[in-house]
Write a protein that binds this ligand. Structure first.
Ligand code: ZN
Ligand code: ZN
Length: 459
């Protein structure tokens, strides 16, 4: 069937699809036509391990923990551990992520070179490999073309996607800018010796030459620092899609959370980041913990970084408002509201008066209210209610006797049982509509616009 449409069986690059051949949904189309390896199961998992990744992820913590057993942590080495975790972390967050993957700013050659070297110390592959996967992650978030699809579970999005051979290639993403970047090419070419030097040799040498703690430098600043750095970054793909709120959009899994921001050097405002990926900040608000944002701001002041990109506040706030309205709508729908006019029986003035002889009915602002269960609860006493039964008490309610509170008006509206034929002479909106309904969250499809052919006005 598909061959008649002259669409290639698997579209390698969505940017080069001829317009007439564009499928309805690229991801669904590709997943249907691209062959994937069989899933990893309990019976085949050991055959599907990616041994290089297994080595990188499991050997450093094993050696580090064995070493820590017999290697006391000296104060200077502990301080070096913290300093070095931030330096290499900036290589990943400010370099790999915000500079090369998202082009959130322009870096001087000196800064770019430094970040390329430091980033290698987290041993998560070269910039070229990492940015390729991360661009696919943003482009195909929460689908099988996303290399660390969060919908496949916390373990998968944390390390599962690396320790097993991938079931299919990540979705195509344009990395032509990185292919022509000389620093990215250089780092890719010398990645293995660079990674070993920066991850292990350099921190060991600093502690060794600096204060004679060769063993501590190797175990703490080298191995264990590497493990913490790696899992901190892995958390961006796992925890940042699991824990937190969605203040800007709820279409996909990314979330904002201060704890994950602390764990990941500021990358935890991941809901914002997926909405505005080219913004140099992940923590959009000035007080949000994002040391990478502060680092880049400082680099700009020192002249090492320029063109720090920020998304328009107007658009950011639009996203924020949409999510706030969704929450308010949810709250609105959970409450009980007065009967709509169209649901109430229409009765004549004579009928109202006749029925009021045997039932405690009061007419206010064109609505008939049954107040028989309210006599004892009326703060002004039952006598004021009794004397208005069968009458039009609109003026009395709105100031003639007492100018009732908004809460009283809201409560009154809950007691509506009918509507007076011909309405009320006091047909002012603020009297007929209770204060709780002056402002309401309404879906576009519910708006009674004449041009809205999709309008579904509730009866
Ligand atoms: Zn993400
Ligand atoms: Zn990103």
């Amino acid at each position: 069937m598909e061959s008649k449409l002259d669409i290639p069986l698997f579209i390698e690059d969505p940017d080069r699809i001829p317009t007439e051949a564009v499928p309805e949904n690229y991801v669904a189309y590709t997943l249907k036509h691209q062959e994937a390896l069989p899933p990893v199961t309990w019976s085949n998992w050991y055959k599907e391990l990616h041994w290089l990744h297994v080595f990188i992820i499991f050997v450093p913590p094993t050696l580090g923990l064995i070493g820590a057993w017999s290697t006391p942590l000296r104060l200077k080495t502990a301080i070096w551990f913290v300093v070095y975790i931030h330096l290499t972390g900036f290589g990943l967050s400010a370099g790999y992520h915000r500079l090369w993957t998202h082009r959130a700013y322009k870096a001087s050659k000196g800064l770019e070179f430094t970040l390329a070297i430091l980033g290698a110390g987290v041993v998560e592959g070269s910039i070229a490999w990492w940015a390729r996967g991360h661009r696919a992650h943003h482009r195909y978030t929460d689908t099988d073309l996303d290399p660390y699809n969060a919908d496949k579970g916390l373990f998968y999005s944390h390390i599962g996607w690396m320790i097993f051979k991938p079931r299919r290639k990540p979705g195509p993403a344009d990395v032509s800018d990185l292919r022509s970047n000389p620093i990215v090419k250089w780092q890719h070419k010398y990645y293995l010796p660079l990674a070993f030097t920066i991850a292990i040799a350099l921190p060991t040498a600093v502690a060794g030459y600096g204060w004679g703690d060769w063993r501590g430098g190797f175990v703490w600043a080298g191995l264990l620092r590497l493990v913490v750095s790696q899992h901190s970054t892995f958390c961006v793909n796992s925890l940042c899609h699991w824990i937190g709120d969605k203040p800007y959009d709820d279409k996909h899994t990314p979330k904002d959370n201060v704890i994950t921001a602390i764990i990941t050097m500021g990358e935890g405002y991941h809901n914002f980041h997926h909405q505005f990926p080219m913004d140099y900040r992940n923590g959009y608000k000035w007080y949000q913990y994002d040391p990478t944002k502060w680092f880049l701001w400082t680099c700009e002041k020192l002249g090492f970084a320029t063109h720090l990109k920020t998304f328009s506040d107007n658009e950011v706030q639009k996203g924020e408002l949409t999510m706030q309205l969704k929450r308010l709508r949810h709250k609105q729908e959970a409450l009980f509201w007065p009967s709509e006019k169209s649901d109430l029986p229409v009765i004549t003035w004579e009928d109202y008066q006749r029925q009021a002889e045997s039932r405690a009915l009061i007419c206010i602002a064109g609505f008939i209210h049954d107040i028989s269960d309210f006599f004892d609860k009326h703060p002004g006493g039952p006598h004021l209610l009794k004397k208005n039964i069968g009458k039009d008490a609109t003026t009395a309610f709105f100031g003639g006797l007492y100018d009732h509170s908004h809460a009283a008006h809201n409560l009154l509206a809950m007691k509506r049982v009918g509507i007076l034929l011909g309405g009320a002479p006091h047909g002012l909106e603020e009297k007929a509509v209770p204060p709780s309904q002056h402002l309401r969250v309404t879906r576009h499809s519910e708006l009674p616009s004449p041009g809205n052919e999709y309008s579904e006005i509730p009866p």
